[in-house]
Design a protein. Structure first.
Lengths: 384, 1487
């Protein structure tokens, strides 16, 4: 296998965050302490050295950065203080940009400012739509002093809007996923992997998408807590997205539901999971105090902050509606949309949220590769 | 050097640090005429090298290599060693410093200590042995290592003893209580017993029945309760089987001594007299020996078996005990005095005192002593039912308790005073009462009543206490009318004892009124000559220990009497002191208080049935816990028990020593304080300190060493099992963010340790070395690394971050990345951590007190061009204090520092030194040979295989051998003294040492002979180490036989050897330096600065050599400016005669007197000089690979450097550097050392000029040793890409259009990587100079297999050649950097100046000699002579022209080739004459 070295790769990767691999002597300490690294998926040393040596194709085709769960043991062990953990984070941003065909991910991952701007633009767009809605549909008899917010009147229109908000990012992420698949699974030896391998590993995909059990294999002492929080967060997100998408009618209404109704308890459950999970990330971030990486890590905070704000604004709207403060509820609802919609449109396909697709996919692909290798080896052995 | 002429310079120097560097600097300075003070913080010089086992890459024994040097320094007349000293302050300026040092007390007077070591075994304090890195133990008094210099003991006294040792002073025999209690606390019970036995032949008796005055005196008693000293004594006595104790070998005196009475006094005297070597006979009237111990003390207090054993031991000492012999009856006193040279009377007080009252003679009124005697004799004694015992002493109590055990129903004691006045021991009274015996106090029998002629009662009277009497007790006064009657059927009187000295009547021995003998209390002498006495017979009834003391005292006096000396009283012991209240108060706060241990006893109910021992003795746990209560034992280090003082015959122990301040006037200071190693506890994941089998490399070094904690048996610490798998982890503490430097020596020492371990354990031992870059950059290192690999040492390129332990087995698990990034884990028995070199302990304090600057890692700051100079003028630096380095570089560095100091002090040379004076040589002509043979143990190096005692015994049987002995280390100072003493004592005229190699040690022993007045050539050596114990280590019997053979051969030769005299030759004070490159010019300027003429020969037009092509250095310095300045100095100096475009065409002569011809353009010039320095340099390899020469874009590093130093545009695009071009391959299997640093230097330059340029370095191992490492990190930081390739898959360079394409297989990424390149730079290696072979032939010096010049010794003589007076420096020796070349050049100058500064040199006497009348001038010998020392000459004889050969003795090396070629036996080498060799061969063949 021959590969051409690209001397500019290191500089390119460094634009995505901290990458101190120059300090690395390839001693291997990081990989040895990592409980997730395996002989078929060896990291952080190998991806780091690939970048240093300018092996752009190897880096782009690598699934390894996705297999890391960010416990940080490698960084505490590294005798050269080369911070492999940071390098893996940076590489995940780099890869997100590589999968995206629009170029937006690259901008968003490299620049926090651009990310904020993108979010802001979408938020303004949402605001504009809300204003437009109020201007054009004024003839509807809405009186905000009454308990009714007119949500039911809104329903037929908002349903298109909501569908668009869910489907547009869905489209982008799906197309990027396809690119990821082509990049990582349809190049070189991987091209020949038979479909059977994919089918055989379908369970891996399912388990990793649903259960995130890989976190539990991490060496870090608080892995159970970490797994619980991450799973709750993911569950909260999926639950809320799902009920808003499939049962919009429950929410886009002025009706007051009893407590046993799924609209109430499912919503509460989702919000609680969301707050707990995202809150935990934020608390941990502030506790960690790594000032030298604040600039790099700050962008990682965008998503949890947005999630918390989404939950809080949604809860505010809910509380105001149930307490009869219709006007306040209306404004809160507007704010909720201005947070949630940009988050979905920007973060899901181009931002940090994309990892919810890329990571299980990478785990799946990696498992497929490993299986293909296993199935290949015995025959080779016989031939030899 | 400012204004050196205007002020006086002091001709002395201080060398700080006594390691190998400090020793070298001291020797160089002293040899050149400077008085040297060598300050060392340890009690001995030697430094770290003394702790090493072997040295790389030659695997020589480190101690064997350095021991001669230690001895040289130890006895160098111009070197003063200041041990235990640290520099405090320095004042003044270069040339005239005043240095203050602080010297810690040694507590041993160095002028008195002989290093005999007798003090050490007695010391009871066991401490960690830091020399063995705490893997073994040593005593509080110790010598650092057997070959220590100065070989003087040192006491590790850390604080003052908290108590006053009152116990010891109070004990009548001055038992070392502190000592044996300390031994018990440390679990050394046998040693504790021995310590008791040394002063008291009855420890188990005294441990039971002593009245323990020590406990009364014990200072701990002032805090809470005294230590249970007596019970502890009994405990240790119970722990040993006395019957199995070995008996010492005692030299007999042949004098006979009689001892009368086998009681404690008599037996103690007999014991001591027997130990003095006298023949002792003890006469005892009773059937068994023991006296009162046997017949007086009841068995429940002192079991008979215990007593028998202790008496048995005395008998084993050779004492004859004749029992049942009553002197005066069976044998007369006169005949004793006739047959024996001296007599001791110790008959005791065997008779009971009677009472002068009515009825005292009645049957039933018994004498207590007789009563006990009859019971103890085993006779049947009838006692009644109601018994009264009269008396209050221990005997009375013994009687009472014995009577109880004999079945008496009611036993009552009657005592005339109160309980407080009772003389009996408190515990005894307590036990008595427990056993149901009543005491009637303040009563006295006045009449014994009888019924039918038998005792039936006792009339007593009550007493009151009056005024105190003479004994200090209140006198009992009868109360009139208070009589009362007690019914008793037996009364036992125990009111005192009398002596029976009737058998002495008529002899005229003075006696006291009470019948006891009158003697001199201090000596035990009676008024009769040769008759001594002691014990109860003198004092009246007293205590056992007092009797023993009296016996011992008399024995001492008898010894003096028998030796014909005046009898002196022993020195007065100090009075036992008490703690002051303040002291006691302070100690109460300091120590944990607590009650003393209580002696376990038999239950009261069981006691009275029989005579089994009541006290049961401590368990070991109880004893050790109780022993810990001793105040003296509470401190670390010496407890001042003075055992050493007792054992030191030289009287060298001196506890009054205080630390002292030393002020020295010196002209220069050389700092060589060495280094310390990183403590891996800083990396807890590696488990050091938690897992016992994780050790550091220095610890493993000690384990490998024959003198180490396991005597060279390679075992792991946890279970002393032989390891099967050992892992070495490199870079522990270095090459990290915090310490971004390489420790430079670890890769090699780990390799060495792996190889040596395999040698010890066998080829099956698996050694894995975990490393990142293998730094085998020094001379011969790469070959050593290759050798290790072929011998199966496994190198794994990974740095394991953690070690785990298998708790059950103590084995260790290491996870690492194998090839292809496969995570692998392996189990090891032992893990060795290669710990980093750190600056020496206290380096910052030292730097501060000396005013020198340190670098960012706290090493001493130096610069490339002044590598031996610190930031303070006149203060020089050497060794790892400046940068991590190995032994040869440290030695070079030290010589360089010496050279700089010599230049500074040139005007004061010789002003403060003394001339060496030998005693006049004895004339041995005409004497028949008297040979002394000394067989060396060499620790276990020889004695571990060979039976050295047998060899010595065998040597004694050989003809002419007068004495033969075996010694621990023949090369140690004390054995040297011993050899001299034996020469004098036995009038030896030949000396043979059977030890190691004459190569290293012959000159040492010759000098020893010389110091004893014997010609040095009357010495012969048998190498039984290299040739016997080493090569035949698995066949000890055969090795011993071979050693005997070698000794026999040596003896055969020694009979024929003759005294030889060395010739003296005047020295020409000039040097020839060949090559005017950097090294040559530096050497020349150094020598010129010291005042010598230099002929500097350069074949090129310009001086400067390779340095002319070096534009900048790694640290940014500009060498061209320095070079220009240096060349200018060379041209200007009137003492330097520079010949350019010139060549040396011939060199004749030898050390001190060379004559050379220099061919110049203007013709040949002949010069005379005393030394030669070879500085011919080396070249750059001309690559033939990688398109070099075919393609302009492929250049070498030097070409690149040239281009980078031009102002032309910066280098853009991609540059690929390829390392190891022409190095580390099959043709040139050595590392060129400088290329990695050069590549990094140029890569940094490229990046500095154009940060956008890309640089790739394709390497095999990056070898940026020492502080170069930081530049490697810097290069990586700037984005230089380092890509490793394998030797067997070298990179390929191809043309690709206008560019180049380099493809290389990366073993890390497991793929081929292609790099499009604009420029390919080859790091071409260093190749030896093509003219090297010619120069080597001219000077008759060797080259190594790579054609670099071969020095005399890889480690300790890195600039010398085996040929005296010829030195090497710079690249001619091996590849090295600019700074290293300068160092070696300065070192060469220092070595040369030691010769040039002398008026004359001595020539070796073992040279060829022509027997003129046998030589017929056939000239067979002329051509084979490798040194061209033989010439054919013609001469006239009786009118005809004849031929014969002549030898130039100055050139001859005594190799003997001529002798072998001569058909006429007309030429021979002195000391190896044919008849001498023939005798040796005959001896070998036993014909």
């Amino acid at each position: 296998m021959t590969e051409t070295s690209d001397p500019l790769l290191l500089a390119d990767v460094r634009r995505y965050g901290v990458f101190n691999a120059h300090g690395c002597f390839a001693c291997g300490s990081c990989t040895i302490v990592c409980d997730l690294a395996e002989s078929t998926a060896s990291f952080p040393r190998r991806p780091m050295q690939s970048v240093v040596l300018g092996l752009k194709d190897s880096v782009r085709q690598s699934l390894d950065p996705w297999l890391c769960h960010d416990c940080g043991d490698c960084s505490t062990t590294c005798p050269r203080e080369a911070e492999p953990r940071q390098s893996m984070l940076t590489l995940r941003r780099y890869l997100t940009a590589q999968y995206d065909w629009t170029g937006l991910a690259s901008r968003i991952c490299r620049s926090g400012a651009f990310e904020m701007a993108a979010l802001g633009v979408v938020a303004l767009l949402v605001l504009g739509l809300i204003i437009l809605y109020h201007l054009t549909i004024e003839h509807l008899d809405i009186s905000f002093v009454r308990t009714s917010m007119g949500l039911e009147h809104m329903f037929p229109r908002i349903v298109y809007f909501t569908t668009a908000v869910f489907l547009i990012p869905g489209f982008f992420i799906a197309s990027n996923l396809l690119r990821m698949f082509i990049l990582t699974m349809r190049r070189g030896a991987n091209r020949a992997i038979p479909l059977g391998c994919y089918l055989a590993e379908a369970r891996t995909l399912l388990v990793n998408t649903v259960a995130h059990i890989r976190i539990l294999r991490c060496a870090s002492r608080d892995r159970r807590k970490k797994w619980t929080m991450h799973w709750l967060l993911a569950f909260g997100c999926v639950l809320l997205v799902a009920i808003k998408f499939f049962f919009l009618k429950w929410f886009q209404t002025d009706k007051i539901y009893p407590l046993y109704h799924p609209q109430r308890w499912l919503g509460y459950l989702g919000a609680a999971c969301l707050l707990l999970g995202a809150g935990e990330i934020l608390v941990a971030w502030f506790r960690e105090r790594q000032p030298q990486h604040w600039s790099s890590r700050r962008t990682d905070l965008t998503l949890p902050v947005l999630l918390v704000l989404t939950a809080l604004s949604g809860m505010a709207a809910h509380v105001f509606r149930y307490t009869g403060l219709s006007l306040a509820a209306h404004y809160a609802y507007a704010v909720h949309l201005m947070i949630a919609v940009p988050m979905l449109v920007v973060e899901v396909p181009f931002g940090h949220w994309s990892h919810m697709i890329y990571r299980p996919m990478a785990l799946f692909f990696s498992a497929v590769q490993a299986r293909a290798l296993r199935e290949q080896q015995p025959t080779e052995g016989l031939a030899a | 050097m400012s204004a050196a002429g205007t002020r006086t310079t002091v001709g002395a120097a201080l060398v700080v640090g006594g390691g190998i560097g400090g020793m070298q600097a001291a020797l160089d300075l002293a040899e050149a005429g400077i008085k040297v003070y060598l300050a060392e913080t340890q009690p001995s010089i030697g430094g770290v090298m003394a702790q090493l086992d072997k040295t790389f890459p030659t695997n020589d024994c480190a101690m064997c290599t350095m021991a001669p040097r230690l001895v040289d320094i130890g006895r160098h007349k111009d070197i003063d060693i200041l041990t235990l000293s640290e520099v405090e302050r320095i004042a003044g300026e270069a040339g005239d410093f005043t240095v203050s040092l602080k010297q810690k007390p040694r507590f041993v007077d160095e002028s008195k200590c002989t290093g005999c070591g007798l003090c050490v075994p007695g010391c009871p304090v066991i401490l960690k042995n830091e020399f063995d890195l705490s893997l073994s133990a040593r005593k509080a008094i110790y010598t650092l290592f057997p070959q220590a210099v100065p070989n003087k003991a040192v006491i590790d006294r850390r604080e003052e003893r908290p108590c006053k040792a009152a116990c010891m002073h109070r004990c009548p025999v001055h038992t070392n209580v502190l000592g044996y209690v300390k031994l018990i606390a440390q679990g050394k019970f046998r040693e504790a017993y021995q310590m008791n036995r040394d002063v008291n032949p009855f420890p188990s008796v005294c441990g039971r029945v002593c009245y323990a005055p020590c406990e009364t005196a014990c200072n701990r008693g002032q805090l809470d309760e005294p230590v249970a000293i007596r019970d502890l004594k009994r405990f240790v006595a119970d722990q040993v089987n006395i019957d199995e104790l070995p008996v010492p070998v005692i030299a007999k005196t042949g004098k006979k001594v009689a001892v009368i009475g086998a009681g404690p006094a008599g037996l103690a005297a007999a014991n001591d007299l027997a130990l003095q070597g006298h023949q002792v006979t003890v006469f005892e009237a009773q059937a068994e020996a023991g006296g009162m111990l046997r017949y007086g003390i009841p068995e429940y207090r002192l079991p008979r078996e215990t007593l028998h054993k202790e008496i048995g031991y005395i008998a084993r000492l050779g004492v004859e005990i004749r029992t049942g012999v009553r002197v005066g009856k069976d044998i007369s006193m006169d005949s004793l005095r006739r047959d024996y040279a001296a007599t001791f009377i110790g008959v005791g007080a065997q008779a009971g005192m009677n009472m002068d009252v009515e009825g005292a003679g009645l049957p039933g009124v018994l004498d207590g002593i007789r009563f006990l005697q009859s019971v103890n004799s085993g006779g049947t004694v009838q006692v009644g039912k109601k018994i009264a015992v009269i008396g209050g002493g221990n005997t009375a109590i013994d009687c009472a308790r014995t009577a109880r055990r004999l079945g008496a129903e009611q036993v009552t004691m009657v005592y005339r005073r109160s309980r407080a006045e009772m003389p009996a021991a408190k515990e005894e009274i307590e036990a008595l009462l427990q056993e149901g015996i009543k005491i009637v106090w303040l009563s006295l029998p006045t009449r014994f009543l009888s019924t039918h002629g038998r005792l039936s009662g006792m009339q007593c009277i009550r007493m009151a206490l009056g005024e105190p009497d003479a004994s200090g007790r209140r006198r009992p006064v009868p109360i009139p009318g208070s009589e009362f009657t007690v019914p008793v059927d037996t009364a036992i009187l125990a009111i005192g004892q009398l002596t029976e000295t009737g058998f002495l009547q008529g002899l005229g021995i003075a006696a006291n009124a009470n019948g006891t003998l009158a003697i001199d209390r201090k000596t035990g002498a009676t008024n009769l000559q040769g008759v001594f006495a002691g014990g109860d017979v003198v004092t009246g009834a007293a205590y056992v220990i007092d009797a023993i003391a009296a016996g011992k005292k008399a024995a001492r006096s008898i010894g003096q009497y028998l030796a014909g000396k005046p009898i002196e009283a022993p020195p007065e012991e100090p009075e036992p002191e008490r703690l002051s209240d303040q002291e006691a108060g302070a100690l109460k706060l300091r120590f944990v208080l607590g009650k003393r241990a209580k002696m376990p006893e038999m239950p009261v109910a069981e006691r009275t049935a029989d005579f089994r021992e009541v006290a049961l003795g401590f368990t070991p746990e109880q004893a050790m816990k109780e022993a810990l209560r001793c105040l003296a034992g509470q401190i670390d280090g010496c407890i001042e028990c003075l055992e050493c003082e007792r054992r030191c015959d030289a009287g060298a122990i001196d506890f009054t020593q205080k630390g002292r301040e030393i002020e020295l006037h010196v002209g220069a200071v050389v700092l060589s304080p060495g280094y310390r190693t990183y403590d891996p506890r800083g990396k807890p994941q590696l488990g050091y300190g938690r897992f016992r089998n994780v050790i550091t490399a220095p610890e493993f070094e000690r384990i490998l060493s024959a003198s180490g904690p396991f005597q060279g048996k390679v075992v792991r610490p946890s279970d002393q099992k032989t390891p099967r798998r050992i892992a070495f982890i490199q870079c522990v503490g270095s090459r990290e963010r915090e310490r971004d430097y390489c420790s430079a020596v670890c890769c090699m020492y780990a390799t060495k340790e792996a190889l040596i371990a395999k040698e010890h354990i066998g080829p099956d031992l698996q050694c894995d070395i975990f490393f990142m870059d293998l730094r085998a950059f020094g001379k011969g290192f790469e070959a050593y690394y290759e050798r290790a690999r072929t011998q199966g040492v496994n190198y794994i390129r990974c740095r394991p971050p953690a070690i785990e332990e298998v708790p059950e087995t103590g084995s260790l698990i290491i996870q690492y990345l194998a090839e292809g990034d496969r995570k692998t884990s392996r189990e090891y028995d032992l893990v060795v951590l290669s710990t980093a070199m750190l600056p020496p302990k206290g380096s910052s304090r030292l730097a501060e007190s000396l005013g020198v600057e340190l670098n960012e890692f706290d090493f001493c700051r130096t610069s490339v061009f002044t590598p031996a100079e610190s930031s303070r003028e006149g203060v020089f630096v050497a060794g790892p204090f400046a940068e991590p380095k190995d032994i040869p570089e440290t030695v070079m560095h030290a010589s360089a520092a010496a050279a700089k100091a010599l230049s500074l002090l040139r005007d004061a040379k010789g002003s403060l030194i003394a001339a060496k004076v030998y005693p006049p040589e004895m004339d041995v002509s005409g004497q028949s040979p008297r040979i002394g043979v000394f067989v060396c143990h060499c620790g276990t190096n020889i004695a571990g295989v060979i039976d050295v005692a047998e060899v010595a015994e065998y040597a004694k049987t050989l003809p002419n051998v007068v004495c033969a002995e075996h010694d621990m280390y023949a090369c140690s100072n004390d054995t040297q003294e011993r050899i001299k003493q034996q020469i004098r004592e036995h009038a030896l005229n030949r000396v043979i040492v059977a030890s190691c190699s004459p190569r290293t040690h012959e000159s040492l022993f010759r000098n020893t002979c010389r110091e004893a007045g014997l010609n040095g050539y009357l010495f012969e050596m048998a190498n039984i180490r290299d040739q016997c114990s080493w090569v035949h280590m698995h066949e000890p019997e055969k090795a011993t036989v071979k050693a005997m053979d070698l000794v026999r051969m040596a003896v055969a030769k020694a009979r024929l050897i003759e005294p030889l005299q060395k010739r003296k030759l005047a020295v020409k004070p000039a040097a020839l330096v060949i090559g005017a490159g950097l090294a040559g010019m530096v050497a020349a300027t150094e020598l010129a600065a010291q005042g010598f003429d230099v002929y500097l020969v350069e074949r090129e037009k310009e001086p400067g050599g390779n340095l002319r092509r070096v534009r900048y250095l790694l640290n940014g310095e500009k060498p061209q400016q320095e070079l220009a300045a240096l060349a200018e100095r060379v041209r200007r100096d009137s003492r330097i005669h520079l010949f350019t475009e010139a060549q040396v065409t011939s060199v004749e002569g030898s050390l001190g007197n060379f004559k050379s011809v220099i061919a110049t353009a203007k013709g040949a010039v002949t010069v005379e000089h005393g030394t030669v320095i070879v500085a011919t340099g080396a070249g750059q390899y001309q690559p033939t690979e990688y398109l070099y020469g075919d393609c302009a874009q492929v250049i070498t590093q030097l070409d690149l450097e040239e281009r980078l130093s031009q102002p032309e545009p910066a280098i853009a695009g991609t540059t690929v550097m390829i390392q190891c071009v022409g190095s580390r391959d099959t043709e040139r299997p050595y590392c060129s050392r400088i290329c990695c640093s050069e590549a990094i230097k140029n890569a940094l330059k490229i990046k500095e000029k154009n940060p956008d340029a890309s640089v790739y370095v394709l390497y095999r191992d990056i070898r940026t040793y020492g502080f170069r490492e930081a530049y490697y990190s810097r290069a990586r930081e700037l984005g230089v890409v380092f890509l490793r390739y394998d030797e067997d898959r070298k990179p390929q360079v191809k043309r690709n259009g206008g560019r180049l394409e380099v493809s290389v297989y990366s073993p890390l990424m497991e793929r081929e990587i292609t790099i499009p390149a604009d420029l390919v730079v080859l790091s071409a290696g260093v190749v030896p100079d093509r003219q090297g072979k010619d120069i080597a032939q001219l000077l008759k010096v060797p080259l190594n297999q790579d054609d670099f010049f071969l020095e005399a010794h890889m480690k300790l003589r890195p600039v010398d050649f085996a040929t005296d007076g010829v030195y090497v420096c710079g690249l001619a020796h091996a590849a090295k950097s600019v700074g290293e070349s300068i160092l070696q050049a300065q070192a060469a100058a220092a070595r040369a100046s030691a010769i040039l500064g002398k008026d004359h040199v001595e020539l070796e006497a073992t040279v060829s000699h022509v027997v003129e009348d046998r030589c017929d001038g056939c000239a067979y010998c002329v051509d084979p002579c490798p040194f061209k020392a033989i010439r054919l000459v013609e001469y006239q004889s009786n009118g005809t022209v004849k031929k014969r050969v002549q030898v130039d003795e100055a050139v001859c090396k005594g190799c003997g080739t001529c002798q072998a070629t001569c058909p006429k036996n007309a030429i021979f080498v002195w000391h190896f004459r044919p008849e001498q060799l023939t005798a040796e061969i005959h001896a070998a063949l036993n014909v």
